[in-house]
Design a binder for this molecule. Structure first.
Ligand SMILES: Nc1nc2c(ncn2[C@@H]2O[C@H](COP(=O)(O)OP(=O)(O)OP(=O)(O)O)[C@@H](O)[C@H]2O)c(=O)[nH]1
Ligand SMILES: [Mg+2]
Length: 439
């Protein structure tokens, strides 16, 4: 992650200062925090955020009760980490509602990456078993449509070529095409302008008033700095943005706009673009990004990866279980634990060709994972190996023991069934190499 590199280095300097002190005096705290403040400002983080974060870290650092297991420096790093994560808020997924028409519109200035991102997003959804229709929506520049069509065709994505000369009739036509073809998601690649202009805004507000959008995402180039936030504000006067996507996360931009986006606009960042390839789109997880910036994630995530990454041997036995159809709730639980530690199995699954009914976001949901674990923990060995023996009275016992409802157990069993079905879809994968390559 090139982006945030200098922020990360500068923060490290401040941390080093804290570490060099045994106990922190008031003066030490002030001095170290000054460095943190400068580091954040240099990274182009909005000054109001910097002020607020530093103030809160200072307050907490002063009132810290001594935590035996952490050094004063570690405590400050932890407080800073928590404050920065709080500024970014929780990760927020796309607002896709199954069995409804979901229109996702991408807006932003010229050359910020809308078209590229539109295709990446369609590809991302396709990997989750969701078909999305790409709709070119630039009515001035024919090359804009050609670019999207070319990207779509290269990557076998659905694209609406039958555009008209006006936005509203085009979208109407596209909607009836979707209905006819059973497509529930559209990604609308709007035109970019050098800067916000009236005609563009007028066109946008007209379309926005006539259709219901599940997401309106502001696409911004990470290298734009604070200017991006002003543009986002301009757009949000016309449309209700539901979030942002920052492209060129692979650049050496300072990244302060990314850290400021939620605070300034009140909207979450949903994805980041990490390169020019179709696969270079990542869900934006604030905690992971911040732990990389603050640095304390490095070791932890390495350790995690080492312990987690389904070893080749494990993968082989998993593959065998899939093929023999002996995959049970014990395995399910293990895989869920892996998913929780991120990467691993989830990324294997998400890189597989579309599997209908696979809802990865549900599997990635923290709450759902916690519940699932509690339920499986409450089962006997036999029940885990043979879920089909779990009848009403067993469900009652498990529910009581795990503090969940019978309904939760039914949901889990259903999820497990779907999961198993999906896994059978993997049977065609002949070799472990194929799985490992997919990661
Ligand atoms: N390195 C890198 N390049 C990107 C990324 N996203 C987009 N690009 C590049 O940025 C350039 C502009 O991207 P487009 O998708 O055409 O931008 P746009 O917003 O659709 O542009 P207009 O339609 O003219 O408004 C292209 O060369 C892309 O390859 C990214 O995440 N990383
Ligand atoms: Mg474009």
């Amino acid at each position: 992650m090139l982006i945030f590199n200098s922020l990360k280095n500068n923060l490290q300097k401040a941390f080093k200062f804290f570490r060099s002190k045994g106990r922190l005096s008031e003066q030490d705290i002030k001095e170290g925090l000054r460095e943190i403040r400068v580091a954040l400002l240099e990274a182009d983080v909005n000054y109001k955020i910097v002020k607020e974060v530093v103030k809160r870290v200072e307050e907490q650092a002063r009132s810290q009760k001594v935590i035996e297991s952490l050094t004063p420096a570690e405590q400050i790093i932890t407080i800073l980490y928590n404050e920065l994560v709080a500024i970014l808020g929780d990760a927020v997924p796309l607002n896709i509602v199954p069995n409804e028409t979901n229109l996702i519109m991408l807006v932003g200035l010229q050359g910020n990456g809308k078209t590229t991102t539109a295709a990446k997003l369609a590809y991302f959804l396709k990997n989750q078993g969701k078909k999305a229709l790409l709709i070119p929506f630039d009515f001035k520049r024919p090359a804009a449509k050609e670019q999207l069509v070319a990207l779509a065709e290269k990557n076998s994505l659905e694209v609406f070529k039958d555009t008209l000369t006006e936005p509203v009739p085009t979208l109407k036509k596209a909607l009836s095409y979707m209905q006819k073809n059973g497509i529930q998601i559209a990604i609308i690649d709007t035109a970019g302008r050098k800067e916000i202009d009236e005609e563009m805004m007028h066109e946008l507000s007209d379309v926005y008033a006539k259709f219901k959008f599940s997401d309106v995402l502001f696409v911004s180039d990470s290298t734009m700095g604070q200017g991006a936030l002003k543009v986002a504000k301009g757009f949000s006067e016309i449309v209700d943005l539901t979030g942002g996507i920052f492209t060129k996360f692979d650049s050496s931009a300072k990244g302060g706009a990314i850290l400021s986006f939620r605070y300034v606009t009140g909207k979450p960042i949903k994805f980041v673009g990490t390169g020019e390839k179709i696969t270079d789109l990542e869900v934006f997880y604030p905690d992971r990004v911040i732990s990389r910036i603050v640095g304390r994630g490095d070791l932890a995530s390495l350790a995690e990866k080492a312990s987690k990454a389904i070893s080749e041997e494990e993968s082989l036995s998993l593959l065998k279980k899939v093929q023999d159809d002996t995959f049970d709730l014990n395995d399910f639980k293990r895989e869920l634990e892996g998913i929780k530690k991120m990467g691993g199995f989830a990324s294997i699954l998400s890189s597989l060709p579309a599997i209908p009914g696979l809802n990865l976001s549900a599997l990635n949901d923290e709450e759902m994972l916690k519940k699932t674990e509690a339920i499986i923990n409450g089962m006997t060995k036999e029940e885990r190996a043979h879920p089909e023996i779990i009848d009403g009275s067993r469900k009652r016992r498990i529910a009581r023991g795990s503090g969940v409802t019978k309904h939760d157990i039914n949901v889990l069993l259903k999820n497990f069934k779907t999961f198993k079905k999906m896994m059978r879809g993997m049977k065609n994968i002949k070799s472990i190499d194929q799985i490992l390559k997919l990661r």
